[in-house]
Design a binder for this molecule. Structure first.
Ligand code: AMP
Length: 307
């Protein structure tokens, strides 16, 4: 089954303690597509300006990302400039230029409207809502957001989450959206406002999946070299949704596996700048890393032990 994603298709300029990249391809829709397309067919909806190096999207197309919903219009592409200091968990946004995104109105091509899995990646929540009005009863709708939109469009996000099954956020964003410093309470607050599944990512400290009656935790892969954290969240979401679309199974056990696949994809994304690493890896690499995750948390409780 396929996944429809709407998100930013950006030019990123990133500075990390290990180097700099200027105007490389990025954006929430791009990272998501690069990740999810390793697992399932992807349909991308977004907008780029006439300055976008479209040929750099060819490897995604070759991997089965359908770009019939990617509009190219006159004007400047969305640009994001960010910096990471030694705490690689926190991106510092230096500049956000919406460019052609400020006048964008997503049009879902008719052949995309029946997509069973829909991911509303990080963009203006009013555009995310607009997409939801155009699709036909997906099996699962998930969304993401970030501090930039929580600060400027909080009420639109609260409206949006009434209509989604699942939301992914990082810990800082969950606290900011809900005003709860405790993450369990923050997840409860979000569930009370719509989504029945809340995934809170904590960067190098792993990710929690909250449901009404259960909490699941997956660690982050202990990488020795994190080169550039940009896109980790979107790659996580791509792995998670791609796995669900490939398996078509929304049982609790399978959602847990999807969280681990998401964590594996996030860990690959941060090994190089932009989508470079995601374009190198294969399904076998994903399987190998998922097996390492299993090893990471496997232990036997001592028989007859009281602990
Ligand atoms: P993450 O997975 O959270 O690291 O997301 C990184 C991507 O988000 C970058 O490639 C940026 O281009 C994109 N991005 C940054 N700010 C925004 C924004 N306000 N709206 C949409 N996308 C953004």
């Amino acid at each position: 089954m396929s996944v429809l994603v709407v998100g930013s298709v950006a030019l990123d300029s990133v500075e990390t303690p290990f180097g700099k990249a200027e105007n490389v391809i990025g954006g929430s829709g791009t990272f998501f597509s690069a990740s999810a397309s390793l697992l399932a067919p992807v349909m991308l909806v977004g907008v780029i300006g006439d300055d976008y190096p479209v040929e750099q999207l060819d490897p995604l197309r070759a991997r089965g990302v359908d770009m019939a919903g990617l509009e190219q219009v006159t004007g400047e592409s969305f640009r994001w400039r960010g910096r990471y200091r030694h705490d690689l968990n926190a991106a510092e946004t230096l500049e956000t230029r919406l460019g052609v995104f400020s006048h964008f109105s997503p049009k879902i091509p008719p052949q995309f409207k029946d997509a069973p899995y829909v991911f509303l990646a990080n963009i203006d929540p009013r555009l995310q809502l607009d997409v939801l009005r155009q699709v036909n009863r997906p099996k699962l709708v998930a969304c993401d957001t970030m501090n930039f939109w929580i600060e400027s469009r909080r009420s639109d996000i609260v409206e949006l989450i009434k209509h989604v099954d699942l939301i992914t956020l990082n810990d800082g964003e969950a606290r900011q959206l809900t005003d709860c410093s405790n993450l369990v309470k923050a997840a409860r607050w979000i569930m009370a406002h719509g989504p029945r599944i809340v995934i809170i990512k904590k960067g190098e400290h792993g990710a929690f999946m909250f449901k009404e009656r259960s909490i699941f935790f997956a660690p982050a892969y202990p990488l020795e070299d994190v080169f550039d954290p940009t896109g980790a969240g979107d790659s996580f979401a791509g792995g998670f949704m791609g796995y669900l679309a490939r398996t078509g199974d929304l049982s609790d056990e399978n959602l847990r596996r999807a969280v681990v696949v998401g964590s594996a994809m996030g860990s690959y994304a941060v090994e190089k700048f932009s989508v470079q690493r995601l374009l190198e890896i294969t399904r076998e690499d994903i399987t190998a890393r998922v097996a390492e995750f299993r090893q990471l948390v496997a232990f036997e409780q001592e028989q007859g032990s009281s602990t």
